[in-house]
Design a protein around this ligand. Structure first.
Ligand SMILES: Cc1cc2nc3c(=O)[nH]c(=O)nc-3n(C[C@H](O)[C@H](O)[C@H](O)COP(=O)(O)OP(=O)(O)OC[C@H]3O[C@@H](n4cnc5c(N)ncnc54)[C@H](O)[C@@H]3O)c2cc1C
Length: 422
């Protein structure tokens, strides 16, 4: 859509308001109802079907993929239009396709839009927008996470087919997704970054087994996949064959929150809901508690300010987004555990044993178990520090013994390595 065809923001907002009132259901309160900490967060197949139907309604109404190209079912509008719609819809129930839905809309589809062929996008993006294609991320191998270019899951060409073998792990929500966006090695005779290709693997493909992994917090949203002679074709390739590292960089950029600056952008100055709830339960008599509450509150404000600042810098210079996203990700990775520890201290005995009356204490305990997510997912804090050191500060690259060797030799030498010096 060109600038002249675009509705002005005021009339867009007014039309959106009318549509939202007619088509969406109001939330009971502005805050999403929080689940009880001892309940596993998992939608039933029926609930997921309802959410898919709601996503379809949004798409049919013209309010899905607001900034995505019209050619692929989007609306071709600006971030401001999207913001206007989200502002108007703030008090209403929007589709919740779970953790894999978040990855689909926040990471996988934007990466596909940047790299996949027109035919691929015409086939798949309208289905994403209609809630028919939920895509989980299959990038980590059991032996390749931080060093993602070292994946050994492989795709071998056989006539007009690709045959995939290997294993993927930590794929959030894969058990209910319709497909996985999968990174595989397609050339072993070039350095590791140059022999990779992305594929879209249907989760019902023959030869694909998905197993769920039980986590410390009681959930089992993580999965491990085993690919045994899974057959795909060139139609399933995302981006260039052997050009997968370029696609990976885009994927990691979205994964690290380049679109959202990873720190919360609300200019909200009150206590965050979980802190306020905990304080209401614990009371305000203990000065030590007040000190901890104040420390968490100040950190929350600082993170929100950092998020806004990063977003402004990224908007002013989109080419800097890749490195800047690392700051927001690192801030979350470092501060989430600090915050969670303070919540435990504030909650005291309530976070060690609880019944229904002490939900805030139980939330603090669960928060502690979950507090390492951002220090690991999509690149650990150490990897963010490496990125900032090398790409922003211009410090020397960390030494690498395998960057320019054909990957086949890297694997062979690793197998033969005895640990002896000289
Ligand atoms: C909540 C969550 C969701 C996730 N979702 C997905 C998903 O949907 N799909 C998917 O494919 N994966 C997913 N992951 C996996 C995630 O991307 C990897 O766990 C992550 O990249 C780290 O890889 P690893 O676990 O193999 O750790 P390793 O790479 O083995 O790292 C182990 C330790 O060594 C350190 N280290 C490694 N290399 C260096 C270095 N060069 N310099 C300094 N320190 C180093 C690391 O920082 C870390 O402390 C998820 C992980 C989490 C926690």
């Amino acid at each position: 859509m060109t600038g002249t065809d675009r509705p002005d923001l005021d009339s867009y907002r007014a039309a959106a308001r009318v549509w939202i009132e007619a088509n969406l259901v109001r939330r009971p309160t502005a805050e999403a109802p929080r689940r009880k900490p001892w309940e596993i967060e998992e939608q039933t197949p029926e609930e997921l079907a309802e959410q898919r139907a709601l996503q379809r309604r949004l798409h049919e109404g013209g309010y899905a993929g607001i900034t995505w190209p019209v050619e692929y079912g989007g609306q071709g509008l600006t971030r401001e239009h999207e913001r206007a719609f989200l502002d108007e819809a703030a008090g209403y129930v929007l589709p919740d396709l779970g953790i894999a839905g978040g990855a689909t809309f926040g990471v996988c589809a934007p990466t596909m839009l940047a790299h996949a062929s027109r035919e691929f996008l015409r086939r798949h993006i309208p289905r994403v927008l209609a809630g028919e294609l939920i895509v989980s991320q299959f990038f980590s191998d059991p032996d390749a996470g931080s060093d993602l270019a070292a994946v050994r899951t492989q795709a071998v060409r056989d006539g007009d087919r690709w045959i995939l073998n290997g294993s993927k792990i930590w794929s959030s929500g894969a058990y209910y997704a319709d497909a996985g966006m999968c990174l595989a090695r397609t050339n072993w005779d070039v350095p590791k970054h140059r022999g990779l290709t992305w594929f879209l693997v249907p989760t019902d493909a023959r030869g694909l087994t998905i197993e769920r992994i039980r986590q410390i917090n009681g959930d089992s949203e993580f999965c491990q996949e085993f690919l045994d002679d899974v057959e795909l074709t060139d139609d399933d390739v995302i981006g260039e064959v052997n050009g997968g590292w370029t696609v990976t960089q885009t994927m990691l950029l979205y994964e690290r929150g380049a679109g959202s600056a990873g720190g919360g952008s609300a200019a909200h100055t009150g206590l965050r809901a979980d802190l306020a709830e905990l304080l209401a339960e614990v009371g305000t008599d203990d000065p030590q508690v007040l000190d901890l509450v104040a420390r968490n509150h100040v950190d929350d404000l600082a993170r929100a300010a950092l998020g806004r600042r990063l977003l402004a810098l990224m908007t002013a210079d989109p080419t800097s987004a890749g490195s800047l996203a690392s700051y927001g990700k690192l801030a979350s990775g470092v501060l989430d555990p600090v915050r969670a520890n303070r919540m435990m201290e504030i909650a005291g005995h309530r976070a060690l044993a609880w019944g229904e009356p002490s939900e805030a204490g139980a939330h603090a305990a669960l928060g502690l178990l979950n507090s390492r997510f951002m220090a690991i997912a999509g690149g650990t804090s150490q990897m963010q520090r490496n990125t900032i050191g090398e790409r922003v500060l211009g410090l020397p690259r960390e030494p690498s013994f395998d960057r320019s060797k054909p990957f086949r030799e890297v694997v062979r030498d690793a197998r033969n390595w005895s640990g002896a010096v000289g």
